[in-house]
Ligand binder design. Sequence first.
Ligand code: PEP
Ligand code: MG
Length: 320
Amino acid sequence: RVDANRQAAGEICRMPDGTRIEVVANLGSVSEVAGALANGAEGCGLLRSEFLYLHRTSAPGEDEQFAEYQAIATALAGRPLVIRTLDAGADKDVPYAHLPTEENPALGLRGVRLSLWQPDLLRTQVRAILRVKPYGQCKILLPMIATLADVRTVKAVIAAESEALGRDVPIETGIMVEVPSVALIAAQFAEEVDFFSVGTNDLTQYTLAMDRCNARLAQQLDPFHPAVLRLIGLAADGARNRGRWVGVCGNIASSPLAAPLLIGLGVTELSATANAIADIKALVRTLDMPRCRAVAEAALALDSADDVRHLVATHWPTIG
Ligand code: PEP
Ligand code: MG
């Protein structure tokens, strides 16, 4: 019944052939929820939990975190909420983690690697997330995954904390696809998790070996690059074969021009900035799946990001 009401309110997004595409919001705090819902967000596909950790001298405790996550879940009124665990390190410093000085911080202890290096940080955060009610609304997303060993280690922590809390409903757990290794052996990763969320900002950085903070490279750091799209396609194929779903939460998902490509590659969730959501939903409701697939396939054979943009613009001249 809730589903039917939301469809009536124009919230649920389907392609004309009935294919369900979830269009959700990237959020950075509870204050952003109302605006996202007003723009038609069907939930939150990426809560960047860094807002709780940055600009302070000690880590937030379990109760403080739980209160924040619960407030966001409640404000979302039953809609899905994907909480990404702390993605610090590299350009985001948390002094109390006492990160060592690194020569290549983007290749160092960032994201889940920092959480595993300081396991108390991870345990506290996982416990706070596991307590959010109702069970089932909230999912966990792990950033900067590169190896199956890291996934298994974090899953063991989640399982242990679930048991300690007496929680009998397993929490859905997914990983960010930000490192090419995950896309390249996606089938093995899909065996371990419930979903993938592609972080094209980092996936582009690590595929093209271009620092996302380097202004001189900004022009070339383009997620429409055919190599990046090919990795997204590999991730989607690996996931689909195991019955897992794939979303995209990097900035490319906020670009209407990307929607036909991502959908054609097998992506079924787009997590965008709030003010892009209404346009993306309106567009998705017009898209033809065979055409999306054909254009995505053709894009993989092109030479450059510019060529890809041009191809999409030729097929859908009214976008953007
Ligand atoms: C990404 O890398 O695409 C992503 C969504 O994560 P962030 O931008 O927070 O690194
Ligand atoms: Mg990232």
